[in-house]
Design a protein around this ligand. Structure first.
Ligand code: SAH
Length: 349
């Protein structure tokens, strides 16, 4: 019999489940609180030993563990390889900022979007993560941080996977973050990055959750975008920007466009001007990403001068722009790279 995964349930759902197991309803709140504090059944000290054993036999409290981690000597960034109960692994990255601790989590094992620059998609999608596993990535990181008396305060859905290709579980996960008695991470501290699945962007806007929407644009026109992103064959940049304007109207939040500069493809001054023209008048921000060169891909990054020239053009046109800080450069910080170094030793579903 497959064990019940409790981490993906609301307090109300756990309470219902606990009663079905023959225990009093108030145990539901206790178990819910323990799970969100990162405890496994053994640590649930206000439950009887007998009850803990019974629960252990039919349910899972913590469905994510840390298989290995690498800590950057440069900036304290930690790269995790998280292990799921079926043996699959996904990556996460913990970054320390002045405002708090941010964790980048994965939403799928692998990815089926096929972006040419990305290491996560090289083997396609293995399976979706559950809401409980996404929460579990944060709980595992919190256990890791316990010694330092720190906790994850910000979450970005930018690890492996396309969040809007796993829509239902991602929304369930987001709602879990703000449940009473739970982990209590404000959705204002959460960013979700998509390659531009337009219908789901409208759905997300209608949920009216105050998460920051990030869109991987990477090109100022469809012709260039199609060269690296297969999803560009399904939805045009025009459709994506319309969906973004709708998102801004519904949530009152600006949208962030991610743009990785690739030598000879999208990084020239002509592309910078075209991008500025495209985004004119929009409540948005552009995040320039230095390309993390992935050895399986023959794409090259650009020089510092090229980044500066590109930035300058956007700034001159009053487009808010920053370049992403390169963190954890010494620990294979790029999407999917760490997992690939151990992928051959792990089962796939
Ligand atoms: N599927 C989502 C989120 C995962 S990728 C999305 O497409 O947005 C997170 C970000 O990293 C995306 O902007 C993605 O385009 C970018 N990315 C992937 N591989 C990269 C690489 N090798 N160098 C720089 N950015 C990369």
């Amino acid at each position: 019999m497959e064990k019940t995964e409790l981490a993906g349930m609301t307090q109300e759902e756990i309470t219902g489940w606990v009663r079905e197991q023959g225990f009093p309803a108030f145990r539901g709140k206790q178990i819910f609180e323990w799970i969100h504090r990162g405890a496994d059944f053994d640590g649930m000290t206000n439950l009887s030993l007998e009850m803990r054993e019974k629960l252990k036999s039919c349910a899972v409290a913590q469905s994510v563990s840390i298989r290995l981690h690498r800590k950057s000597e440069l900036d304290g960034t930690v790269k995790f390889l998280f292990e799921l109960t079926d043996g699959n692994c996904v990556e996460g990255v913990l970054m320390r900022y002045r405002y708090g601790v941010s964790l980048c989590i994965s939403t799928q094992v692998g990815c089926r979007m096929g972006c040419r620059f990305c290491a996560s998609t090289l083997e396609g999608r293995v399976r979706d993560l559950t809401a409980g596993e996404m929460l579990g990535e944060i709980l595992a990181a919190n256990r890791f941080l316990e010694e330092e008396k720190e906790k994850v305060s910000h979450v970005v859905l930018m690890g492996s996977g396309e969040p809007l290709d796993n829509y239902e579980q991602v929304i369930r996960f987001l709602k879990l973050l703000r449940e009473e008695n739970g982990i209590r991470i404000s959705l204002r501290n959460v960013s979700l990055s998509t390659c531009g699945i337009v219908p789901r962007m409208y759905d997300l806007a209608r949920e009216k959750l105050p998460v920051t929407l990030c869109v991987s644009l990477h090109a100022p026109n469809d012709e260039i975008r199609k060269k690296t992103m297969p999803v560009a064959n399904t939805w045009s940049i025009k459709e994506i920007l319309e969906a973004c304007r709708y998102y801004i109207r519904e949530t009152g939040r600006r949208v962030i466009f991610e743009y990785a500069l690739v030598d000879g493809l999208n990084a020239g001054t002509a592309e910078a001007s075209a991008l500025a023209e495209l985004l004119r008048g929009m409540q948005c921000h552009v995040n320039l990403i230095p390309l993390n060169e992935v050895k399986e891909r023959n794409l090259k990054g650009v020089s510092e001068d090229t980044v500066r020239a590109f930035m300058r053009i956007l700034e001159d046109r009053r487009i808010s722009v920053t370049r992403r800080r390169e963190m954890g450069d010494d620990i294979e910080g790029a999407c999917g790279q760490l997992r690939r170094t151990v992928i051959n030793t792990q089962p796939t579903a």
